[in-house]
Write a protein that binds this ligand. Structure first.
Ligand SMILES: [Cu+2]
Length: 213
């Protein structure tokens, strides 16, 4: 009996290993296909502090993005939420340009959405800072602070949004992780299935031997 059992025990880990390799071979080529284009850089850069509001924002992506109507949406707003965008964005290859207008002070928030060359929409946001418009804040600050407490309240949200400038690459960087986790999970499931089938086959053979069929 021991001489019969030994080859079966040896072949089981080999089967599991073969199953894992097969699963990995199937999954690995599928991973790069899941990657979208990503935002490579912006001008002004995320988190930059500028002398004044620039005349435009330029976004550079890792590949040519789609130019279908409505595919590219850029929103630029100041701390009060007023739009600073001047007209529609312009798409040229991998570069998107959004003209700006108006006067802004404090944090300028930029939200973008484009359609990647693989047909998937990608989006993100970032912020940069322009200096406050008023050059003499001390004289007005003391008078308005006692007169209207609403000024102090409205200043609080802009301070908190200053503290959290989101990195622009956030969304595109996060996308491969679920795929890697899925790949690992599938490999584990494949291994368990191979093990179950192999041990079932082993039991059937052993059962067949004892019943004499
Ligand atoms: Cu994609």
């Amino acid at each position: 009996m021991t001489s019969l059992e030994t080859p079966r025990r040896r072949s089981l880990p080999a089967l599991v290993a073969a199953g894992l390799l097969a699963a990995a071979a199937l999954l690995v080529p599928a991973l790069p296909a899941a990657a979208h284009d990503e935002l490579v850089s912006t001008d002004p850069a995320a988190g930059a502090t500028l002398e004044a509001l620039p005349s435009q924002i330029t976004f550079t992506y890792s590949a040519d993005i789609l130019t279908d109507p409505g595919a590219t949406v850029i929103e630029v707003s100041d701390a009060s939420g007023a739009s600073l965008a001047d007209g529609a964005p312009t798409v040229s290859g991998a570069e998107v340009t959004q003209a700006l207008t108006g006067a802004a002070s404090g944090t300028v928030t930029v939200k973008w959405r484009v359609v990647s060359s693989d047909g998937h929409p990608i989006d993100g946001d970032f912020a940069f800072t322009v200096p406050a418009a008023a050059p003499t804040p001390t004289a007005t600050a003391t008078t308005t602070a006692s007169a209207s407490p609403s000024t102090a309240e409205s200043a609080a949200p802009s301070a908190s949004s200053d503290a959290t400038p989101l990195p622009a690459e956030n969304t595109s960087d996060a996308s491969p992780l679920p795929w890697i986790l899925l790949a690992v999970l599938l490999v584990i499931v494949a291994g368990v299935l191979v093990y179950v089938f192999a041990s079932r086959a082993g039991r059937k053979t052993a059962g067949g031997d004892t019943t004499g069929r």
